[in-house]
Design a binder for this molecule. Structure first.
Ligand code: UDP
Ligand code: MG
Length: 136
């Protein structure tokens, strides 16, 4: 049975700043993802805090939110068979140094904080994150 679903992807400020958004979008397209919607925006710090609220108790929370709101990002709804897991695999480990060959974070990530991309981690969070950016 098919399980075509949607997930939320963000090309983070470090990648947009290096003009990598075109290359990263091509990687998604070449791996069978459809880009259903996309927009380039810059978040206010308070919006980044809301987006990353699940991490509010973590020591890196403040820096993370400052970073995500530090420059333009590209936000996309991606669609594919098992898109949430497929995107997590294509992104690679949170720490680019631990990411597998061929993953986006291995190729472009600078450090654990500047790791170039975000991807939803569950069906529930994909819905919440898509609504966060695209609910009209
Ligand atoms: N992060 C960080 N320091 C850490 C762990 C995470 O700066 O020690 C940042 C990193 O940018 C990561 C984001 O916080 O992408 C969210 O962390 P999570 O564990 O959810 O990783 P992800 O789902 O992005 O792989
Ligand atoms: Mg996460």
């Amino acid at each position: 049975m098919s399980n075509v679903v949607q997930t939320l992807s963000i090309i983070k400020p470090d990648a947009v700043e290096r003009n990598l958004d075109g290359q990263i979008k091509d990687i998604f397209l070449n791996n069978g993802f459809k880009i259903v919607q996309e927009k380039k925006i810059q978040l206010e710090k308070q919006e980044a805090e809301k987006f990353y609220k699940v991490h509010e108790t973590k020591p890196f929370y403040n820096d993370l939110c400052a970073y995500l709101s530090s420059g333009p990002i590209v936000v996309m709804i991606l669609e594919k068979e098992n898109a949430i897991i497929a995107n997590r695999e294509l992104m690679g480990s949170t720490n680019p140094q631990e990411a597998a060959e061929g993953t986006i974070r291995k190729k472009f990530g600078i450090s654990i904080d500047k790791n170039s991309v975000h991807g939803s981690d569950s069906t529930e969070n994909a819905r919440i994150e898509i609504d966060f950016f695209f609910k009209s």
